[in-house]
Design a protein around this ligand. Structure first.
Ligand code: HEC
Length: 92
């Protein structure tokens, strides 16, 4: 029975909306929530996805950590940033 409860919890966790949107990680959901309002529309001169996807994952993580996008990424963990970078890279 204990095992069944653990299984149900795991399935519930995996079925959360962000995981559903991108089974390999949270990157897509995070991008939609935190970045798309600018990078999906070009608002304020933000480069669009086709430009972002030409950057390396490392360059994106650096931009989110010490660059001009650090305020936009406030509150995200290093692994969140990495997942966003991987999601952007998949769009190239
Ligand atoms: C409030 C609008 C806004 C939000 C939200 C935002 N950005 Fe940006 N972003 C910009 C603008 C404007 C630029 C261009 C100026 C610059 O590079 O600082 C930019 C530049 C960048 C660049 C550099 C592009 C290049 O060619 O060097 C990256 C990478 C980036 N954003 C990633 C992100 C990610 C990932 C998120 C979500 C965590 C995000 N941004 C959220 C407006 C935004």
């Amino acid at each position: 029975m204990r095992l069944t409860a653990a299984f149900v919890l795991t399935v519930t966790f995996l079925a959360s909306p962000a995981a559903f949107a991108d089974p390999e990680g949270q990157g897509e959901g995070l991008f939609q929530a935190r970045c798309n309002m600018c990078h999906g529309t070009g608002m304020g001169g933000a480069p669009l996805m086709e430009k972002l996807s030409t950057l390396s994952a490392d360059a994106i993580v650096e931009k989110l950590t010490t660059g001009t996008m650090a305020p936009m990424a406030a509150g995200l963990s290093d692994s969140d940033k990495k997942e966003i970078a991987v999601f952007i890279g998949k769009k190239s």
